[in-house]
Ligand binder design. Structure first.
Ligand SMILES: NC(=O)C1=CN([C@@H]2O[C@H](COP(=O)(O)OP(=O)(O)OC[C@H]3O[C@@H](n4cnc5c(N)ncnc54)[C@H](OP(=O)(O)O)[C@@H]3O)[C@@H](O)[C@H]2O)C=CC1
Ligand SMILES: O=C(O)[C@@H]1CCC=N1
Length: 265
């Protein structure tokens, strides 16, 4: 695969780091990285596979998988700039732009161009993204290209495009939500007597352990909670107080508010 990432900002950078860490498994022959101001990409210049440029047309010309990672408001302008170079027989477009539908991209490019819409998250830089994928008919024939990139960098799930906004909130924004939960438990640990670095380590590993328990045992969170909550013990006391204060309700309300905002982007 010859890959171009158009728009190497927060997410594009994370994808680039992930691809370079798994370049053999992904079979990446070259990686073009573009943005308008490329000074922040100078450290990539030492990597033989990588070419950094502010010339999107050059990146498209020398690549076959085009990952569009610009802001939603910048997407159409970038597509217009390169659309004449995009060849349905050569290129596959992978857009990670929030809220931009496949049909909006199809309206700009030639008929028959494979378009795949993906929603990874920034944990892609450490090979732990949860990436949701949907595609147009031509894109479905090239699902293997997206899967070979994103399966190497975490887990993937093929979903209907109508669910892409919800996936964005749960998985992409989800990184921020889980960070806040880790920060809150860290703050609690400090209040209970740990130094901040110790507190964060306790919080992070416990978070990882909880997720690993569910992944390995395929059980439901309540089954694991039952194993921890001793009758009349401290866990149920703390858990019930959190729920009295609206823990589950506030998280669900936050997710729904985030979802409503996405639909306005
Ligand atoms: N951050 C996240 O966790 C996630 C983001 N997304 C989506 O991914 C996309 C990117 O988000 P994010 O990385 O946060 O945004 P950033 O603003 O960090 O990155 C966008 C990048 O695009 C570059 N850019 C802008 N215009 C052009 C252009 N004409 N040609 C080439 N490059 C250009 C900008 O650099 P310069 O100004 O130098 O050109 C910038 O680095 C968005 O659509 C977002 O909704 C999706 C999932 C998660
Ligand atoms: O906050 C945002 O709008 C983007 C989409 C998901 C993560 N960042």
């Amino acid at each position: 695969m010859k890959i171009a990432i158009i728009g190497v900002g927060n997410l594009g950078y994370s994808i680039a780091v992930g691809i370079l860490s798994q370049k053999k498994e992904i079979n990446c022959k070259s990686l073009y990285l573009t943005k308008r101001n490329i000074s922040s990409l100078s450290h990539f210049e030492k990597v033989s596979l990588v070419k950094t440029t502010n010339d999107n047309r050059r990146a498209v010309k020398y690549s076959n998988v085009i990952i569009l990672a610009v802001q939603p408001a910048q997407l159409m302008e970038v597509l217009e700039e390169v659309q004449d170079l995009i060849d349905p027989k050569k290129h596959t477009i992978i857009s990670v732009a929030t809220g931009r539908k496949i049909e909006e991209i199809e309206a700009v490019v030639k008929n028959g161009v494979p378009v795949i819409r993906c929603m990874p998250n920034t944990a892609i830089s450490v090979g732990q993204s949860m990436t949701c994928i949907s595609a147009n008919e031509a894109g479905k024939l090239n699902f293997h290209l997206a899967k070979s990139i994103f399966n190497a960098l975490g887990e993937t799930m093929c979903i209907e495009e109508r669910l892409m906004q919800a996936a964005t909130v749960i998985c992409a924004s989800g990184i921020a939500f889980w960070m806040r939960l880790i920060r809150a438990t860290t703050q609690g640990a400090v209040q209970l007597g740990f130094h901040s670095e110790e507190a964060q380590k306790l919080s992070m590993q416990t978070c990882l352990g909880a997720a690993s328990l569910l992944i390995d045992s395929q059980s439901h969170p309540e089954q694991e909670i039952d194993k921890v909550t001793t009758p009349s013990g401290c866990t149920i006391e703390g858990l019930n107080e959190m729920e009295h204060q609206g823990l589950s309700s506030s998280i669900i309300k936050g997710l729904v508010t985030s979802y409503e905002k996405i639909n306005q982007i």
